[in-house]
Design a protein around this ligand. Structure first.
Ligand code: GAL
Length: 413
């Protein structure tokens, strides 16, 4: 009898909060899958069923297109990976659940820097929960290749070209790049940051200032960008970013300019920073920090069990325990700045120090290539312009500057 009563209590308590939550995201590479698996597992342990709707490809472009189609057909998932200014758009359309209560209970306002909490709100209310802070302006390098060629990892753009020439002569691929518009734009992101500096980067891509967008510095950044093409390999077209990172891991390519989700790939293969790979700021961006914040939003539902599961997921993401486990696998640093990172690797510790220094010296910028500065439509147009220019020497620089300015300024429309 006692036993029956106990199992009844257990059954009621499970069913009172056990729901399922369908989550649309694009985390499918080795490191990404590892990090999201811990979230699935923690949700399951709390009695909620995670239904995975993963759409890989192009840093979220395919996933967001799918989400839009599902919204049009009135078949939204329960949660989705949406970030940057797009959060406000979905919020203003009235699709998103208000997370103020959870935010207040967990003290998000005091845990998050204002630049970040602003991104997560629509009409002054929290509608997205953040996972992490990714740094976009990183260079990943294979130390064995540098040793073999007898050169040092470059810290400036000028050094990059000197070193890349020598690496090429020695028979390695100097720069691992997958020719997909977003990967090319990620490379340009770091070059623009190095060439323009943080203040002009923000002026151009956040404030959409026409003069800065047509400036000599922007021209110089474009020239540098196209010069890098000569140091990529013939198999670059269409190669995804994680296969591209593998070239560095396997000692075929010397360097990759990519956000620190690349570190998740090194880590998933058991590689140790300092020994098996090197992380340094992208050339010329030592003091700057281009940030990329991953976040989930939750679509409104009238099903109480779903709402419970959505709330459980939103709450879990900001807990210190989850932030620690997830970000170690993902390559990013926790978005909660109250955490001690002494058990994180040296790249994460560098990232944390760089973030706090950049925040204090106003050198923090929202990465345009990772949805932080302009909405997806404008960003897509920028990617096309940059990719055209990078892959086609006949594309004139004047025309490219004009098109880039038009693409960025379209964000105002
Ligand atoms: C970014 C995303 C990262 C990473 C990357 C590649 O846009 O913020 O978390 O997963 O795409 O998929």
């Amino acid at each position: 009898m006692k036993c029956l009563a106990a199992s009844l209590v257990l059954a009621t308590s499970l069913s009172s909060h056990a729901g399922d939550v369908e989550v649309l995201h694009w985390w499918t590479s080795g490191g990404e899958a590892r990090s999201v698996d811990s979230l699935k597992q923690m949700m399951n342990e709390k009695g909620h069923e995670w239904r995975d709707f993963a759409v890989p490809g192009r840093a979220g472009e395919s996933a967001i297109n799918t989400l839009r189609i599902r919204a049009l057909s009135g078949n939204l998932p329960d949660a989705a990976q949406i970030k940057g200014p797009d959060i406000k758009d979905w919020g203003n359309f009235g699709f998103l659940t208000n997370l103020d209560r959870i935010a207040q209970e967990q003290g998000w306002d005091s845990l998050l820097p204002k630049r970040i909490s602003d991104i997560l709100k629509a009409n002054g209310h929290y509608v997205a929960v953040p996972f992490n802070i990714h740094r976009v302006n990183w260079l990943w390098a294979n130390p064995d290749i540098f040793k073999d060629v007898g050169v040092a990892v470059p810290t400036t753009l000028d050094e990059f070209f000197i070193v890349a020439e020598k690496i090429k002569k020695a028979g390695y691929i100097p720069l691992a790049l997958g020719e997909e518009p977003w990967q090319e734009a990620t490379l340009f992101d770091s070059i623009a940051l190095a060439t323009l500096g943080a203040a002009d980067y923000r002026r151009a891509f956040v404030k959409q200032d026409s003069d800065t967008l047509s400036s000599d510095k922007m021209r110089e950044a474009l020239v540098t960008f196209r010069k890098m093409k000569a140091f990529t390999d013939d198999d670059a077209p269409g190669r995804n970013w994680s296969d591209t990172t593998s070239l560095v891991i396997e000692g075929k390519a010397a360097m990759q300019v990519m956000g620190d989700w690349a570190k998740g790939e090194f880590a998933a293969k058991g590689k140790i920073p300092g020994r098996d790979f090197i992380c340094v700021p992208a050339p010329g961006t030592q003091h700057q920090f281009a940030f990329n914040i991953d976040s989930f939003v939750f679509f409104k539902s009238s099903d109480k069990r779903k709402v419970d599961s959505q709330e459980a997921l939103a709450t879990l993401i900001m807990t210190p325990n989850f932030q620690r486990i997830f970000n170690k696998d993902k390559g990013s640093i926790p978005v909660r700045l109250d955490m001690n990172l002494s058990d994180f690797d040296s790249c994460a510790q560098n990232s944390f120090n760089a973030f706090t220094r950049a925040a204090a010296s106003d050198k923090l910028v929202p990465s345009f290539s990772h949805d932080m500065a302009v909405g997806r439509a404008s960003q897509r147009a920028m990617f096309d312009v940059l990719s055209q220019f990078f892959n086609n020497n006949d594309q004139s620089i004047d025309e490219t500057l004009r098109q880039l300015r038009a693409a960025v300024m379209a964000a105002n429309l």
